[in-house]
Design a protein around this ligand. Structure first.
Ligand code: GDP
Ligand code: MN
Length: 387
């Protein structure tokens, strides 16, 4: 779950990281009020879940009210790489002496938290990593002991932070580590972490992703999810209590059980296809549930074919088949469905489907066969006769 900058800064402040005070607003008049509160000059910042706002014109300084009005009016409604700006954050502008970079994330391959620091902040950190990797310090942290102030001093020193702010940078790194750890974040990043002419160290930007699966441990973070920026179909699935994930391909995938769904994704990829989404129907798939699932899968226009992969256990394949027949009578999908039924009552299930003779439904016996068929159908190629 990605947070907007101002939300990330709220978490930073909670853990003692220095940030500028400000307000989030949705219109020019409120921006004027907010700017008067923090005092000019101010900075107007687009709140969207995408980086590079500065380069795109979504971060602007304003010396007075007329500049503020102009900038706020320009930025509100702006399209930044497909993200429409509905909120702007107004904070008192900072004077900048240096721009550093700091982040904490989980290094999955090392199975350890990783702290990164560079004095080359403010710019694309990927470029620093690629062109001058020696300027990006990478330090693993022992998860049991955490990041000590001494280790943080070491990172800041090796990274080449100005000697008079090493202590301040170390404090910021420790606080950032605490944000990452205590808020169950998957990423906590500050770019730039600035040094002001008064030698204050402070976070000018915030990029925080929280682990959605740990959200139950943080009721106070529950409402940070920005529903405007969420995929509307994923939001609907969440509201309906269905496990649904959007991907970038053109094949819709529906299965029962997380393991089966995961392996279905793999088999489709192996057959040369690209999943558009996947949905776990879970156990006890009655007609209503299947209709809901098919509806959700097809809400994504990118879907050109659907693979329906059911392994019957407690879920009986004949019930699934009945559900599918009932759902199709209602929805009448325009894209082909490959249906693989295996396990409890699979013979009855396939028999029911054959009897119903649904147009554009193709039965398959094995997962591999089903994957190959759905990949061909998505590519517009003919396969064997439909059921
Ligand atoms: P991003 O482009 O989405 O990463 O947005 P940032 O919040 O990092 O802002 C982009 C750039 O705008 C920063 O690297 C700064 O150079 C500049 N900037 C942002 N806030 C201020 C500020 O308060 N004062 C000054 N002088 N520059 C700022
Ligand atoms: Mn930034």
């Amino acid at each position: 779950m990605d947070l907007l900058e101002y939300q990330g800064k709220q978490l930073f402040a909670r853990h003692g990281l220095r940030v500028s005070q400000g307000s989030v607003v949705t219109n020019v008049e409120d921006a004027v009020t907010a700017a008067a509160e923090v005092g000019y000059p101010v900075v107007v910042k687009a709140q969207v879940l995408i980086g590079g706002r500065g380069k795109a014109g979504g971060v602007k300084l304003a010396a007075d009210e007329s500049e503020l009005r102009e900038n706020a009016a320009n930025i509100l409604g702006m399209d930044i790489k497909g993200h429409i700006v509905r909120k702007v954050w107004i904070e008192h502008a900072s004077d900048i002496a240096s721009e550093y970079y700091a982040s904490v994330l989980l290094d999955r391959s090392a199975k350890q938290p990783l702290v990164m620091f560079s004095t080359e902040g403010g710019v694309d950190i990927e470029e620093v990593a690629e062109n001058t990797p020696e300027k990006l310090i990478r330090q693993h942290v022992d998860a049991l002991t955490g990041l000590s102030h001494g280790e943080a001093v070491q990172i800041a020193t090796v990274g080449g932070a100005d000697s008079d702010v090493i202590d301040g940078v170390a404090d910021a790194l420790v606080a950032l580590y605490e944000v990452w750890l205590q808020e169950d974040a998957t990423l906590a990043e500050i770019n730039p972490l600035i040094v002001t002419p008064d030698r204050e160290v402070k976070a000018l930007d915030a990029k925080v992703s929280l682990d959605g699966n740990a959200l139950y441990r943080h009721p106070e973070n529950q409402d940070l999810s920005d529903s405007e920026n969420e995929d509307p179909i994923e939001r609907r699935a969440k509201e309906e209590g269905v496990q649904y994930v959007k991907l970038d391909g053109d094949i819709g995938i529906l299965g029962n059980g997380a393991g089966l769904v995961m392996s279905t994704l793999d088999v489709v990829a192996q057959a040369g296809g690209a999943p558009a989404n996947f949905l776990d129907a879970g156990g006890g798939s009655d007609a209503e549930k299947i209709k809901q699932a098919v509806d959700l899968l097809l809400a994504n226009d990118a879907v050109k074919a659907v693979l329906f992969n059911i392994f019957g256990g407690i879920t009986r394949c004949d019930e699934v088949a009945r559900g599918l027949i009932a759902a199709f009578a209602d929805i009448k999908p325009s894209v082909p469905f490959v249906v693989r039924l295996d396990g409890t009552n699979d013979v009855e299930g396939r028999h029911l489907l054959a009897e119903a003779a649904l147009p554009n439904v193709y039965p398959a016996k094995t997962m591999n066969e089903a994957a190959e068929m759905v990949v061909a159908l998505a590519a517009g190629q003919p396969v064997g006769a439909s059921a």
